[in-house]
Design a protein around this ligand. Structure first.
Ligand code: IFM
Length: 450
């Protein structure tokens, strides 16, 4: 594998999020989040699964730290649970909740692993949802307050911060498609939520900068997909532009000072509720853009689909993961180069790349997941290819450290580099995890350009 284009200080990491892994939903003063509520909604989650236990990471942090060390990664991207730190979403810090993350940061630094903190990975405190959630402008201000409180405590040691993970999911999937918390289906709500998420990002980024004792590197994490027409017909070409607007440009444009794309405002027929100063706040300079990449989209025009007028079509003959997502590593190269060319970011991180496959553990709990190892290698190669062509990509985070709660899909899809036996919560590094550890070791041994 040719990784020579990657910089010498390229950062190898793994990622998780709080609600997907922690469990312990009542511990140390934590209160409910919208995902706890959504999991109680009949038929919302496959198999009626919930995050009540998840991978028990809140209590098993030492075991997860041990895995991180065995993988030899330089950085751990994890999220902080807002409902642990500020259980009501406002007011004073719940110290025991924040103490947990303080300990994690210290433990990571002690073994030479850089913490990469995500402030919001979807677990909005329920009391804020009762006041309108992200549809309400006030939530953006509450998010900035929370971000400032966390930075006040951790910002003397944490350098890398991402504000929001995948605003696309929080706005479109959670408020338009209705399959993520809070499970609404309302275009106006979705557009308003999208604006308040971006505003929350901008205000929170400034709060982190104001409260950190060491100079922070602050960015946002977007799930981006190349959007390609299913055929060369003009209708499909326009459909692909709309898909790109909805998936990529709606986020990238305002974050880079270009405001919301007019073509999409027209498609939605709804103006985002922009107030004076908002677009400037949203366009606060980004130290990096985090890219989560899972699949490309092929789209065909379809008048029967409300508002957007397109549908995703399967790619003939494509290999797919257990999620049914096409395996297309070149799409990662494409999105990294596209962001580089059109938005000129300071730095890029691949903040998530990974795949669910059907894992069959042997008697010792070991999973020989060649499919996931191949996937990993191919996406790392695509990252190196983007770097060779000029993308300022500084790190790669595999999703995920361990198997965890895959939202509405429950526990069936497994993305981990380590297998979790949910009956015992025992972790066993899979073949893909060993492959990643080997690759990281080899990379560190090979001399490279500075
Ligand atoms: O598990 C999710 C994660 O929470 C956000 N990015 C995509 C992953 C796989 O679906």
């Amino acid at each position: 594998m040719d990784l020579s284009a990657l910089p010498a200080d390229f950062r190898w990491g793994v990622a998780t999020s709080a609600y997907q892994t922690e469990g312990a939903v009542d511990a140390d003063g934590r209160l409910s989040s919208i995902w706890d509520d959504f999991c109680r909604t009949p038929d919302a989650i496959d198999g009626g699964d919930t995050g009540v236990e998840a991978s028990d990471s809140y209590r098993r942090w030492p075991a997860d730290l041990d895995l991180l060390q065995r993988l030899g990664v330089a950085s751990y991207r994890f999220s902080i649970a807002w409902p642990r730190v500020q259980p009501h979403g406002t007011g004073a810090v719940n110290q025991p909740g924040l103490d947990h993350y303080d300990r994690m940061v210290n433990d990571l630094l002690e073994v030479g692993i850089q913490p990469f903190v995500t402030l919001y990975h979807w677990d909005l405190p329920s009391p804020l949802q009762h006041r309108g959630g992200w549809v309400a402008r006030d939530t953006a201000y509450r998010f900035a307050d929370y971000a400032g409180l966390v930075a006040q405590r951790l910002g003397d040691r944490v350098v890398d911060w991402s504000t929001i993970n995948e605003p696309l999911c929080c706005a479109w999937i959670a408020h338009l498609e209705g399959t993520m918390a809070p499970g609404h289906r309302d275009l106006r709500e979705a557009v308003h939520a999208s604006h308040h998420l971006l505003l929350g990002h901008g205000l929170a980024a400034e709060a982190v900068r104001a409260q950190s004792a060491v100079k922070p590197s602050v960015g946002i994490v977007l799930n981006l997909s190349p959007c390609e027409p299913a055929s060369p017909s003009p209708d499909d070409l326009h459909a692909a532009e709309r898909a790109d607007g909805h998936t990529n440009r709606w986020w990238l444009d305002p974050l880079h000072g270009r405001g919301y794309p007019n073509d999409m405002v027209e498609v939605y027929g709804i103006q985002p509720p922009v107030q004076p100063g908002d677009l400037e706040a949203i366009a606060t300079p980004l130290d990096f853009v985090g890219v989560n990449y899972y699949f490309r989209m092929k789209v065909a025009a379809d008048d029967t689909v409300a508002t957007l007028g397109y549908r995703a079509v399967p790619v003939a003959g494509a290999n797919t993961t257990a999620m049914g997502w096409e395996i297309h590593p070149n799409g990662l190269r494409d999105v990294l180069l596209r962001v580089t060319k059109e938005y000129e970011p300071q730095a890029l991180y691949v903040t998530e790349s990974g795949a669910a496959f059907v894992d069959v553990p042997d008697e010792q709990g070991y999973v020989r997941d060649d499919d996931r190892a191949d996937y990993l290698r191919a996406h790392i190669e695509a990252t190196a290819a983007a770097s060779a062509d000029g993308a300022p990509v500084r790190g790669f985070y595999s999703w995920s450290l361990i198997d965890n709660f895959e939202w509405a899909y429950g526990y069936r899809p497994r993305f981990g580099l380590a297998y979790v036996d949910y009956a015992t919560q025992q972790r066993t590094i899979k073949y893909s995890g060993e492959t990643y550890a080997r690759l990281v070791r080899e990379f560190q041994k090979t001399p490279r350009r500075a």
